[in-house]
Design a protein around this ligand. Structure first.
Ligand code: GLV
Ligand code: MN
Ligand code: MN
Length: 412
């Protein structure tokens, strides 16, 4: 079997997809179920159909593109990632795993390889938490990690529910049917940019993921008292933004003082009401994203933040409500998938680094129902979730090649 990746074609497809965006280039913004997202999905479907794959979509909008194996009834070998993008993102997050996965399948087809197990490319719906506040809705539903009832009720900032938004976008099947049986996949493997600097620092172009860190997040509402910025004297204030500022620093401190660099906490959203120069903020909504490779340590940091919120609320006489959005366990990658990835690297003479994924991915949830692994390629300076995110075409092609080899091993 001679596997050849069409590096130029793959790169051109990444550029074409990046142009389907609601942001000025080089930034990419593609929020789930917007016309832009639907256009990008239509493009992916036509590329999959051109490759002779059989395409279906489920009720949340996960796209499955299948290359039937010699034994179509046997569990499939899956690969894929996402094409939705946070506001002001780059071109490669998720996209490398989707277009690289498709190119891996096409390279296998060109080589004359015929899989025993079907090989299926998955484009997960709504991996990013931008719209509905929680990431990986598609993979949470298909793995049964989140119930259809709970998912349907989630709302975006405009009050539109997942159920309304997906139906408007043309996905009106039954959300209960998204869940896949444990026997569906024999194995799953996701190609992704590292979103950190370790591969680049180690001058190594392939990473094999050992485990995926545990993410959690809170939606936090802080209610104080508004008033005139000139008239209300400092002793009388119940400034919600000052309380939020203190809580944000307490969160940073909880992460910094956990005893390990693996604990990270981020407040990425802060909505201030009424947001006027001469008005004391009466209401603030923030989000807190907190992660760790160690579940107990992450939970310890979450408890420290909850305690800090009670102290700040009492001291400043404001109300602070923490709503837990998600608190997921970490995942270990499956030994058989890691071995297949390592053997594929060795076969092609590529050095690799075994590493932890600090970002979450749909693989975190697929791992609940199937042996799962991940393959990383470097991204420049580790930058991701910003417009200057960049992966070298040679590295992308190398990732697609290792993926193709691994899919062949797993499906033979
Ligand atoms: C995924 O985009 C993450 O936030 O880890
Ligand atoms: Mn992302
Ligand atoms: Mn991603």
């Amino acid at each position: 079997m001679k596997l050849e990746i069409d590096q130029r074609g793959l790169n051109a497809e990444i550029e074409t997809l990046a142009a389907i965006s609601d942001a000025e280039p080089p930034a990419v913004t593609r929020i789930v179920f917007t016309p832009t997202d639907l256009k990008a999905r239509a493009r992916m479907i036509s590329l999959c159909e051109e490759a002779g794959l059989t395409v279906r979509q489920d009720a949340i909008g996960n796209i499955f593109a299948r290359w039937n194996g010699a034994d179509p009834a046997a569990p499939a070998v899956g690969t894929g990632s996402h094409i939705d993008a946070i506001p002001n993102a780059g071109k490669y997050d998720g996209v490398v795993g989707v277009l690289g996965g498709l190119e891996a399948i096409r390279a296998l087809q060109r080589s004359g390889f015929r899989p025993k197990n079907s090989i299926e490319l998955l484009v997960f719906a709504t991996e990013e938490p931008t719209r509905f506040g929680i990431g990986c809705l598609g993979s949470r539903l298909l793995s049964g990690t989140l119930s259809a009832e709970a998912a349907a009720k989630l709302k975006d900032r405009d009050g539109e529910t997942v159920d309304e938004a997906r139906r408007k976008a043309g996905f009106d099947g039954n959300l209960q049917d998204v869940k896949l049986p444990r026997s569906y996949y024999k194995a799953f493997v996701e190609l992704h940019i590292e979103q950190g600097p370790l591969l680049e620092r180690a001058k190594t172009s392939v990473g094999i993921v050992k485990s995926i860190a545990a993410p959690a997040s809170f939606r936090i509402s802080i209610d104080g008292a508004g008033g005139h910025s000139g008239g209300v004297l400092m002793p009388d204030r119940k400034d919600a933004l000052c309380a939020a500022a203190q809580l944000i620093l307490a969160s940073e401190n909880a992460a910094r003082s956990s005893g390990a660099v693996d604990t990270v906490a981020t407040v990425g959203v802060c909505d201030v009401f009424p947001s006027a120069v001469n008005s004391i903020p009466s209401r603030v909504r923030i989000t807190l994203d907190i992660r760790d490779t160690d579940l107990a340590r992450r939970d310890g940091a979450m408890q420290a933040i909850e305690r800090a919120s009670q102290e700040i609320a009492a001291k400043r006489q404001v109300s602070i409500q923490l709503e837990l959005v998600n608190a997921d366990a970490p995942a270990d990658c499956a030994p058989e998938v890691r071995t297949a990835l390592a053997d594929s690297c060795r076969q092609h003479g590529f050095r690799f680094l075994e590493m932890v994924s600090r970002a979450y991915h749909d693989s975190l949830f697929v791992s609940r129902i199937a042996p799962t692994g991940m393959l990383f390629i470097p991204c420049r300076s580790g930058h991701s979730h910003r417009p200057d995110e960049y992966a070298v075409p040679d590295d992308i092609a190398r990732g697609a090649l290792v993926l193709a080899e691994t899919l062949a091993k797993l499906s033979a």
